[in-house]
Every structure is written in structure tokens, then in C-alpha cells.
Ligand binder design. Sequence first.
Ligand SMILES: Nc1ncnc2c1ncn2[C@@H]1O[C@H](COP(=O)(O)OP(=O)(O)O)[C@@H](O)[C@H]1O
Ligand SMILES: O=c1ccn([C@@H]2O[C@H](COP(=O)(O)OP(=O)(O)O)[C@@H](O)[C@H]2O)c(=O)[nH]1
Length: 243
Amino acid sequence: MSTEPKPDLRWKRVLLKVSGEALMGDQGFGIDTRTLDRIADEVAQAVAIGARIGLVVGGGNFVRGARIAAGGVNRVAGDHMGMLATVMNCLALHDALTRRGVDARVVSALTVPAVCDTFTQRGAQEHMDAGRVVLFAGGTGNPFFTTDSGAALRAAEMGCDALLKGTNVDGVYSADPKRDPNAVRYERLTHQEVLARDLAVMDAAAIALARDNAIPVIVFSIQQPGAFIEVLCGRGRATIVDG
Ligand SMILES: Nc1ncnc2c1ncn2[C@@H]1O[C@H](COP(=O)(O)OP(=O)(O)O)[C@@H](O)[C@H]1O
Ligand SMILES: O=c1ccn([C@@H]2O[C@H](COP(=O)(O)OP(=O)(O)O)[C@@H](O)[C@H]2O)c(=O)[nH]1
């Protein structure tokens, strides 16, 4: 048994949202297995230091309903495709976690019984309470929603201490930092400030749900190796949205 002292966790029961695009790594599409393995390593490390983890994975590395609809496909069909993309990402991450000996389950809001269990609040809660990593596939299970909203919903249902948004940027900025080189990064904001200033790092429905349930949202770069563990311990480069 390791004699290494375990670091103190600032957040013990968390919902980690990983954007689909983050899984692409440097590729333009799909899953980069090196990135997948690194994220699985970090989740395994978090479990080893005592964190309870629910995971919502996006699907933007494969399909976004709105983008498909812009090309003429029916929006609901496009959103169903997007939700199926989240199932694929969860299956990949589940496999990577299982290979590391982490006890994990995929539960989907969009029922695909041949490949994973169907989400129920009670079943998922039991898994989390037992220390299993729960991968929530299918977002909310409804078209016209996003996996950010799915993440806020599951964070509330699972009684999580915080919603950790692991994305491609290292926090919330005054404007989209990918478009505006003069955008300023914030250390701390309230949910209400994010909504009032229309800071588009997360959709408004997700921020409002987190606000209404007093769930802090922490935005950090999942691209940065080690950042997830740092954030779990209350350190590292991130924006905290709270209060
Ligand atoms: N005010 C902002 N602060 C930080 N990031 C922002 C902001 N506005 C827009 N973004 C964009 O939001 C993205 C993060 O959201 P995410 O859900 O991971 O990706 P997407 O919205 O493409 O699915 C970043 O890649 C960033 O370019
Ligand atoms: O509750 C949900 C969650 C997701 N989606 C669909 O799945 C796609 C992928 O999710 P998202 O865009 O949130 O993924 P991310 O941007 O995090 O990769 C979305 O574009 C939607 O088409 C949906 O219809 N309902």
C-alpha cells in the first residue's frame, strides 16, 4: 500500500463535464486515444485520493445537432445524433477507466440498452455512493438541450459539491478568448454576473440551474495535464463561479 499522504480535497463529490472537443486532442474529429488515456489517468488518480465522480461527456467531437440542422437535417434528428455521440464518448472513456481498474458505469438518458444501462436517479446515486465513477451519457435525453445543461442537472440530482467544467480554455473571459485577443480572464464571478454579461463559456440554462441549486461551477482547461486534480484540491488556474 502507498505511504504517500493523500492531498486534501476541496471538492469531494463532483460532476466533471468534459467537452467532446477536448477528446479530439490535435485531431479535427473523433477521439484522440492519447488524450482519452490521459483524462482516464487523471480520473483514476482522483478516485484514488477519495473523490466521488460523475462524468458528463459532450459530443461535439462527432456531431452537434445545431450544426447538422444548419446543413438541412431535421434538428431533432441532429440532436439525437449528437446524444448518440455522447454515448460513444462515454463508452470510450468507460473502457479506458476499466483498463485502469476503476469501477465505472455508463448510464444513458437516451436509452440504448444493448450497450449501456438506462439512467435512473436512484440507480446512479447508488453507484456514486458506492464509489463507482458514473458516466452520464445522452445529456438530458432531450433535443434542444446541451451536455452543459445535462451536467448541471446531474450535479443537482447527485447532490454534487461542484460542477467542474473541463474545456479548451482556462477559465471564463470577458469575451470568447478564441475570438478576442483582448479578452480578460476572471478569477471569480457570480452565476448572476455570468448571465448578466452573457459570458458564453456555458449555456445560460446550465448556469441558471447551477445558480438555483447553489452549485459552484469551476471552469478550467482539461487540456492542461494535472489541472483536474489541482482544481479538485482547490488550487490551479480556473475561474470559480459561485454566490
Ligand atoms: N466568455 C467566455 N469565456 C471563456 N470561453 C468562452 C467565452 N465565450 C465563449 N467561449 C468559448 O466557449 C468554449 C467552451 O465551451 P465548450 O462547451 O467546451 O465548447 P463548445 O461551446 O464549443 O461546445 C471555449 O472553447 C471558448 O472558445
Ligand atoms: O441534452 C442534450 C445534450 C446534447 N444534445 C445533442 O448532443 C450534441 C453534443 O452535445 P454538446 O454540444 O453539448 O457537446 P460538447 O459541446 O460539450 O462537445 C448537442 O449539440 C446536441 O445536438 C441534445 O440534444 N440534448
